[in-house]
Design a protein around this ligand. Structure first.
Ligand SMILES: Cc1cc2nc3c(=O)[nH]c(=O)nc-3n(C[C@H](O)[C@H](O)[C@H](O)COP(=O)(O)OP(=O)(O)OC[C@H]3O[C@@H](n4cnc5c(N)ncnc54)[C@H](O)[C@@H]3O)c2cc1C
Length: 296
C-alpha cells in the first residue's frame, strides 16, 4: 500500500486483542486513528485506491475478532470524540464514549441516556449496533447521523428515514463509517437522573458484567417468546460451561467471559455449542448479537 498522509496515526501489524473488550483477536494488517472527518475521507479514499479493505472500530465491546486477525485496515474512531450540547440536542463524534455523553448531559440536567450507563461502547458503535438496555435503544434518540458511504461521499441520515429495530440499524454491515451524530434528549432533574443511574449501575454489577473481559450479551433475545436468551441458557444448565478459558458466566447465561487466556476460537466453539444445545433441546435458533470479524 502507498504511504498515506493523515494527521492521525497509521500502524502496521497491530494486535487487536488490546482493542477488544474480550481481549482476543489477531493482528490487523493496518490500524489507523484519523482525527477528523477530512482525515477519515483521505484515509478511506487512499485505501479504496489501493484495494485495501477497511473496517470501522469503536471500543471493540461487541466484537469477536478471529485469532488470524484482519487482512485490511481497522479504522478506530476513538480520536473523533468531540462533544457539544445545544439545548436538548447532544452532538458528538462517533468515537465519544457513551459514559462520557452521560456525564456531560447529566451535569446539564439533561435526561435520556441513563439506561445506557455502563455500556462501554462509543456513540458510533452504539448507533451501528442500535445498542439498548432497560427497554430503550439508542436509535430511538437519533436526530441525525453523518456517515461516509462506501462510495466515499459524506451523507446525513435524518430521524425520519431511520430503519432502526431491535439491535439492527441502517449502518450494520453497510460498509459506512459513522462520523458524528445528534441525539434528541429531554430535560430532567439532577436527583431523578442520579437515582436512575444508580439503579441501572447496581443492576449491571449484579449481573457480573465487569468481573472478567466480556462483550456484553452474546445472543439476541429470541422473538415471540417471553423468556430471554440468558434465561434459556440458564434453564439448560449451561451456566459455567467452558471451552478452554472461555466460559458462560456463572452469574448470567448470556455472557461469555474470558477467564484469562481464551482464544477467539474457544469463544466461537462455545457459542456454537450453546446454539447446538438450545436448538436440540428447545428447537430455537439463537441469533448472535456479537459481531464476528475475520475467518472462523
Ligand atoms: C460490560 C458490557 C456491557 C454491555 N452492555 C450492553 C447493553 O446493555 N446493551 C447493548 O446493546 N450492548 C451492550 N454491550 C455491547 C456493546 O457495548 C454495544 O454493542 C456497543 O454499542 C458497541 O459499541 P463499540 O463502540 O464498542 O462498537 P464495536 O464493538 O467497536 O463495533 C461493533 C460494530 O459496530 C460497528 N461500528 C463501530 N463504530 C462504528 C462507526 N463509527 N461507524 C460504523 N460502524 C461502526 C463495527 O464495525 C462493528 O460492526 C455491552 C458490552 C460490554 C462489554
Amino acid at each position: 500500500m502507498q504511504k498515506i498522509n493523515i494527521a492521525g496515526k497509521i500502524e502496521q501489524q497491530v494486535s487487536l486483542s488490546k482493542y477488544t473488550t474480550l481481549r482476543v483477536g489477531g493482528p490487523a494488517a493496518y490500524y489507523a486513528e484519523p482525527v477528523s472527518t477530512l482525515d477519515l475521507v483521505t484515509l478511506v479514499n487512499s485505501l479504496v485506491r489501493s484495494g485495501c479493505p477497511y473496517y470501522p472500530l469503536g471500543s471493540g465491546s461487541n466484537l469477536l475478532v478471529s485469532d488470524s486477525g484482519y487482512e485490511g485496515c481497522i479504522i478506530s474512531l476513538r480520536r473523533m470524540n468531540r462533544v457539544a450540547v445545544r439545548g436538548l440536542f447532544l452532538t458528538a463524534g462517533a468515537g465519544a464514549l457513551m459514559d462520557k455523553l452521560i456525564t456531560v448531559t447529566a451535569e446539564k440536567r439533561i435526561s435520556g441516556l441513563e439506561s445506557f450507563t455502563g455500556i462501554p461502547g462509543t456513540l458510533g458503535g452504539c448507533i451501528a449496533t442500535n445498542a439498548g438496555a432497560y427497554g430503550k435503544d439508542v436509535g430511538s434518540l437519533v436526530e441525525w447521523v453523518d456517515f461516509l458511504s462506501v462510495s466515499g461521499e459524506m451523507h446525513r441520515l435524518f430521524r425520519d428515514d431511520k430503519g432502526f429495530n431491535y439491535r439492527i440499524s441502517p449502518f450494520m454491515g453497510s460498509g459506512a463509517v459513522i462520523t458524528e451524530a445528534a441525539l434528541r434528549l429531554s430535560s430532567g432533574n439532577s436527583a431523578g437522573i442520579q437515582r436512575s443511574l444508580s439503579k441501572f449501575q447496581n443492576d449491571r454489577k449484579g449481573k457480573g458484567y465487569y468481573e472478567y473481559p466480556t462483550a456484553g450479551s452474546i445472543f439476541k433475545n429470541p422473538a415471540g417468546i417471553e423468556i430471554t436468551a440468558g434465561e434459556l441458557i440458564d434453564t439448560l444448565g449451561l451456566k459455567g460451561y467452558a471451552v478452554g478459558d472461555a466460559q458462560i458466566s456463572s452469574v448470567h447465561g448470556n455472557i461469555i467471559v474470558n477467564k484469562g487466556k481464551a482464544s477467539a476460537q474457544d469463544i466461537a466453539r462455545l457459542i456454537d455449542h450453546v446454539k447446538a444445545v438450545v436448538f436440540r433441546e428447545i428447537g430455537i435458533s439463537l441469533e448472535e448479537e456479537i459481531v464476528r470479524l475475520g475467518s472462523f
